[in-house]
Design a protein around this ligand. Structure first.
Ligand SMILES: [Zn+2]
Length: 414
């Protein structure tokens, strides 16, 4: 039974030929907060790969994070087109962050403010398959809108009989059958290419007393120790508390209440229709915040790099995690540059990823770990939030503790 792992499809990094980009994936845009055109580059990844290899579909794009020269807002430019988003994020799983934050806490928060009182008309913008709406009281009318057509169809089958009404459409143009009393957008706005148009549209379908609840992550609380960092490739606008407020007033919403969530990066605001302000006032302190953010991020990268350098050199590695975290591992750490002869396989428990490859490395079901000989091989955990669960799963599959390598000394679990 010696050398069982010879049968596994070990491969060198970047051994897949055929990944490519397309100009149709991205489009340049004005500042999403103030609408001006002048911006300065903060960070570029030239050939960022979105999930698995493909000869047929464009899976690579340049990621360029910029800062507005006028209002100092931080945003992705170019941003993804809607067809580009479809190609690039097809394997991301849930397209919007409805699992971010805590539904029960959000429901309680709205409940104490009377926003879920009997008879209210509630609209969830970015409802995915309607699961959040399904948890709201049945004594209110529950309507959801999302651009993800398959999610809407699944949700209609799952929650339609229960009274949840789901609409498929674009956030800036959809038709709402009735004026909502409450609109929620939990972790949606940061994913949108044109947030001011969306907020204006929401205002146009609202009445005088409609309440809008928005929650986004903000730069002020973006200093974590995850190599993905706050400037996530999934987010098109990287708000600060100030830029979010300016966007709201430009779109005709008056902020009534603000709250920073204490246990995760969520900045929540409650707003009502107000006058629209034409001029956006930037806060130059957002420049300092960006510098502080990068100071923290680069310190994290150097800590992770030192950790990787301290590991024993082996001729093989198994990477547990076939998602975006591994692309960051490729882009911002020396892991794959240490030895170009090193061979890898990737394991991931997500069935969507299994059977495909990423940068030439086969993505397999983690149950193949039983076939790996560990005497000249490491298991690298490529996940932030999932690090400890993966370590436990590896231990349960008898992977020797000495070969299991973590990138993080601690993880802040949301
Ligand atoms: Zn701007």
């Amino acid at each position: 039974m010696k050398n069982k792992s010879l049968n596994l499809p070990w491969a060198k990094i970047d051994s897949f030929v055929g990944n490519h980009t397309s100009p149709a994936l991205t489009v340049h845009r004005p500042c999403p907060i103030c609408g001006t055109l002048h911006c300065r580059t903060l960070l570029v990844f030239d050939d960022f790969q979105f999930y698995s290899d493909s000869e047929e579909q464009p899976k690579r794009a340049q990621i360029r994070e910029v800062q507005c020269q006028s209002c100092h807002a931080v945003y992705l430019n170019p941003c993804y087109t809607s067809s580009g988003f479809g190609y690039l994020f097809a394997e991301a799983g849930q397209s919007y962050g409805s699992t971010e934050g805590r539904p029960q806490e959000q429901i309680n928060w709205m409940g104490v403010r009377g926003l879920l009182d009997e008879g209210k008309i509630f609209l969830d913008a970015g409802c995915y398959d309607g699961r959040f709406l399904s948890g709201l009281p049945k004594s209110i009318r529950r309507i959801g809108i999302d651009i993800d057509a398959p999610a809407i169809v699944r949700g209609q089958e799952r929650y339609g009989l229960d009274g949840v009404e789901l609409i498929h459409g674009a956030f800036e143009a959809f038709q709402c059958p009735v004026e909502p009393d409450v609109i929620s957008m939990f972790h949606v706005l940061e994913h949108l290419a044109n947030p001011v148009e969306v907020l204006r549209h929401l205002r146009s379908i609202s009445h005088e007393e409609t309440r809008l609840i928005i929650e986004v992550p903000i730069l002020e609380y973006g200093k974590n120790n995850d190599i993905n960092g706050f400037l996530s490739a999934q987010h098109m606008t990287h708000f600060s508390a100030h830029s979010l407020g300016e966007l709201m007033s430009r779109a005709g919403w008056e902020v009534l209440e603000r709250q920073q969530m204490s246990d995760y990066d969520g900045h929540r605001i409650l707003a009502k229709p107000g006058g629209s302000s034409i001029e956006v006032m930037g806060d130059v302190s957002d420049r300092t915040r960006v510098s502080e953010y990068f100071e923290n991020w680069y310190r994290n990268l150097s800590e992770v790099a030192r950790k990787i350098e301290s590991w024993p050199r082996t001729s093989r590695m198994v990477i547990w995690g076939g998602g975006m975290h591994s692309e960051f591992l490729y882009q911002v750490t020396p892991l794959f540059l240490q030895d170009i002869q090193c061979e890898y396989i990737v394991v991931d428990s997500d069935p969507i990823k299994q059977g495909k490859s990423w940068r030439g490395l086969s993505i397999l079901n983690p149950n193949i770990l039983k076939e790996v000989e560990w005497d000249d091989c490491l298991l690298v955990i490529s996940s932030y939030g999932g690090q400890e669960n993966i370590a436990k799963a590896a231990a349960s599959m008898n992977v020797p503790d000495s070969v299991v390598k973590r990138l993080y000394d601690y993880v802040t679990v949301y």
